[in-house]
Design a protein around this ligand. Structure first.
Ligand SMILES: Nc1ncnc2c1ncn2[C@@H]1O[C@H](COP(=O)(O)OP(=O)(O)OP(=O)(O)O)[C@@H](O)[C@H]1O
Length: 353
């Protein structure tokens, strides 16, 4: 099966605010039926990307096309209201003086009244909001308001949906259920969607692919599994979970670390390298059970419900300690002596400058 043609393509986008380069050569595409999450720390340029696609910001360099048509380039820019793009913001941005139906109808003024009403009724039903059509937004729950905002973004039958931190205004309990529901509705619509979030776990949960940004640049765009198992660098590795890491210089195709000697087959002698493993990949056993293991001393252990996180003293490690995460409850306590090792298949290697 061939992949569908992308709905939205961003090519070599560079964007400055004054002298500050907020977006630095970003290229990506999103296919119909695909949800692409853009994740990264605060200020890395995520929202600017969405604002460029929606037309709230003018493209200075590069090109944005949707459905094969150029929407924006330095030479040409469609006004926001003429772009086949629906946008949903973090705070929902519903109009408080308008009813739910009014909010959803907003922005469809170019359509004949009957068609507009039909589309509003359809969306109210899809979002299970029909009985709230005449209510005002402040009388609705956070989850219901979120669905109104999504209906409004979908009202003009966009080819692309843009969601900026769509769930961060919801409390923890509501967030998961609203997120599941909203993602289900988006998937059913088949509209290519870009979701911006600062939460890597949320990105993994809802994205078919995840684009990781750092300081205006795209560092890696991949499936959640590939980002977790084959991160492009240590920044990406750390974003998707805690790691133990050791830095050093390659000698004879190996790096000696306090956790053992690791092969570095692709690196030349003298190269600086970082060896890392996820804390859940650190194996622990009573001393003497594995030839490759090193002795460690339990500093403390924290039961976290689904897992237990263990802090272990390891002389020579950065800050003198490493961490392990074991599933469920594990009966280890401060002062216990254990042996630790990591399967070579689980070791990640990153060249450093
Ligand atoms: N209108 C503006 N004028 C000047 N600088 C801006 C403007 N908008 C954003 N910036 C700066 O550009 C950079 C990227 O901002 P952007 O909002 O795209 O980041 P972000 O990754 O979405 O951050 P957050 O997660 O905090 O929303 C930041 O350093 C920000 O301070």
């Amino acid at each position: 099966m061939t992949a569908p043609a992308p709905s939205v393509i961003l090519s070599d986008i560079v964007h400055h605010y004054g002298p500050h380069r907020a977006v630095d050569g970003v290229s990506l595409s999103v296919a119909p039926r695909e949800i692409l999450c853009v994740v990264g720390p605060s200020g890395c340029g995520k929202s600017t990307l969405l604002r460029l696609v929606s037309g709230l910001e003018t493209v200075q360099h590069g090109r944005i096309s949707v459905g094969g048509k150029v929407l924006a380039s330095p030479e040409r820019s469609l006004p926001p209201e003429r772009r086949p793009v629906g946008m949903m913001f973090q705070d929902f941005a519903l109009f408080p003086h308008m009813t739910v139906a009014g909010n959803i109808a907003f922005g469809q003024t170019d359509r004949p009244r009957a068609e507009r009403e039909r589309r509003v009724a359809e969306l109210l039903e899809l979002m299970a909001l029909t009985r709230y059509a005449d209510a005002h937004p402040h009388t609705l729950s956070g989850g219901q308001q979120q669905r109104v905002a999504l209906a409004r973004a979908m009202a003009r039958d966009p080819q692309v949906l843009l969601l900026d931190e769509p769930f961060s205004a919801l409390d923890e309990q509501l967030r998961r259920s609203v997120r599941d529901e909203v993602v289900r509705l988006i998937r059913a619509s088949g509209i290519a969607t870009i979701v911006v979030t600062h939460d890597p776990e949320e990105a993994m949960e809802i994205g078919n692919r995840v684009a990781v940004m750092e300081a205006g640049r795209l560092v890696q765009t991949d499936t959640p599994l590939a980002l977790y198992r084959q991160p492009a660098n240590s920044f990406v590795a750390r974003l998707f979970g805690e790691i133990n890491r050791f830095e050093g210089t390659v000698e004879d195709g190996h790096l000696n670390t306090p956790l053992g000697r690791f092969a570095t087959p692709t690196m030349t002698s003298g190269a600086r390298v970082e060896v890392a493993c996820r804390i859940e990949d650190l194996e622990l056993a009573p001393p003497g059970q594995s030839a490759n293991a090193v002795p460690v001393l339990v500093r403390h252990s924290s039961f976290l419900g689904a897992s237990t996180r263990i802090c272990l003293a390891l002389p020579g490690a950065p800050s003198g300690e490493i961490h392990a995460r074991l599933p469920g409850h594990v009966d280890v306590k401060a002062g216990d002596e254990l042996a630790a090792w990591v399967d070579v298949q689980r070791v990640m290697l990153f060249p450093t400058a």
